[in-house]
Design a protein around this ligand. Structure first.
Ligand code: PGA
Length: 253
């Protein structure tokens, strides 16, 4: 089955951009391109009620408990969200999320019928030390080994990976360059080669890190780049619309 492109907006710790709920809002999913929005918790229910396909930016694997400040996957599912980010590098950095915690998050999300998008990526230092593949393999294997792959396969691979090299994440700097399309493709192909057979061809692998209107088409046309996880550019509605349009053009026969 061909992989339909998915463009995901990561609004990080920002409120919904102006016009987010308009009928022609670029944040609405369309027939030919999947669009999903990751917003801070307090906006999720309102955005779901307005008809957007929403996700949380993180979640705790335990259903309830003494975890001040956390929100469980069960609670996220109860808001009408469809999806959840697991292990974004800013959470690994700020909240100390480990590979094991990320794997537990993904498992809990799947159990509750949420679609986890697991973020992996290497730092600039790891890349320059020649360790990028080792880091990616470790992060990915910890998650895959934790999951019941046969269950994933029968559910048509309802898990996605987002490759987000930390050195390419904009951090709010719109001039930061993305990874070169050929470098992104090389790592995406490597990630795909590590996936177990039943889900290898079906699983979506998104690219994240300074994707914007000017580079989306070239990045998204790489054979193993199945979509984007867009941070800074997703907060500018017309720029985000252009990225979705780039994906739509590539989906045309
Ligand atoms: P960016 O963020 O598009 O601003 O680089 C991507 C992300 O952190 O998910």
């Amino acid at each position: 089955m061909p992989r339909t492109k998915l463009i995901a907006a990561n609004w990080k710790m920002f409120p919904p951009p102006e016009g987010w709920d308009a009928m022609d809002s670029p944040y609405r999913a369309t027939d030919d391109v999947d669009v999903m929005i990751f917003a801070p918790f307090v906006y999720l229910k309102t955005c779901v009620a307005a008809g957007l396909r929403m996700g949380a930016q993180c979640g705790h694997h335990e259903p309830t408990g003494a975890h001040t400040g956390c929100v469980s996957m069960a609670m996220i599912a109860s808001t009408g969200c469809e999806t959840v980010l697991c292990g974004h590098s800013e959470r690994r950095r700020d909240q100390g999320e480990t590979d094991e915690f990320v794997a537990a998050q993904a498992k809990a999300a799947l159990t509750l019928g949420l679609f986890p998008i697991v973020c992996i990526g290497e730092t600039a230092n790891e890349r320059s030390a020649g360790k990028a593949h080792e880091v990616i393999e470790r992060q990915l294997r910890t998650v895959i080994d934790h999951l019941d792959v046969s269950q994933l396969a029968t559910r048509n691979s309802q898990l996605a990976i987002a490759y987000e090299p930390l050195w390419a994440i904009s951090g709010g700097d719109p001039t930061k360059p993305a990874a070169k399309p050929s470098d992104a493709q090389e790592m995406h192909a490597f990630i795909r080669s590590l996936l177990p057979e039943p889900i290898q061809k079906e699983m979506l692998i998104l690219y994240g890190g300074s994707m914007k209107a000017e580079n989306a088409s070239e990045l998204l046309s790489q054979p193993d780049v199945d979509g984007g996880l867009v941070g800074g550019a997703s907060l500018k509605p017309e720029e985000f619309r252009a990225i979705v349009e780039a994906a739509r053009t590539l989906e045309q026969p």
